[in-house]
Write a protein that binds this ligand. Sequence first.
Ligand code: AMP
Ligand code: ZN
Length: 113
Amino acid sequence: MDCVFCKIAASEIPADILYQDEQVIAFRDINPQAPVHVLIIPRKHIPSVVELSEAESSLVENMVSIANQLAVKEGVSESGYRLVINCGEQGGQLVPHLHLHLLGGRQLAGELG
Ligand code: AMP
Ligand code: ZN
């Protein structure tokens, strides 16, 4: 499958990986929108959050928990940060492999789109 995040998960293309386990990988966004911009993805190719089955809901819990741990490591836990999942075209999703954005290190805009 021609999916950039599957290729990162398979180590076929490089990424600045901050965390990985059997289920999840986290790496720095190639085009950061904030001083801290990390993507947390499942290894499994799930196209978007709308394709998540009920059985996989613990996956998102794990992704959020890992994002919280990375926020501590990246030093934004106290200053604050934002977790975002874009879904579909109007939601602004460009890469069709589920991912959670962790953004922090500057004052983020109050508007959500
Ligand atoms: P979204 O718009 O929610 O689909 O976000 C996709 C994100 O993936 C964007 O912030 C891109 O900068 C990021 N991205 C795309 N390709 C790569 C890559 N090879 N390595 C790291 N981040 C990437
Ligand atoms: Zn994929």
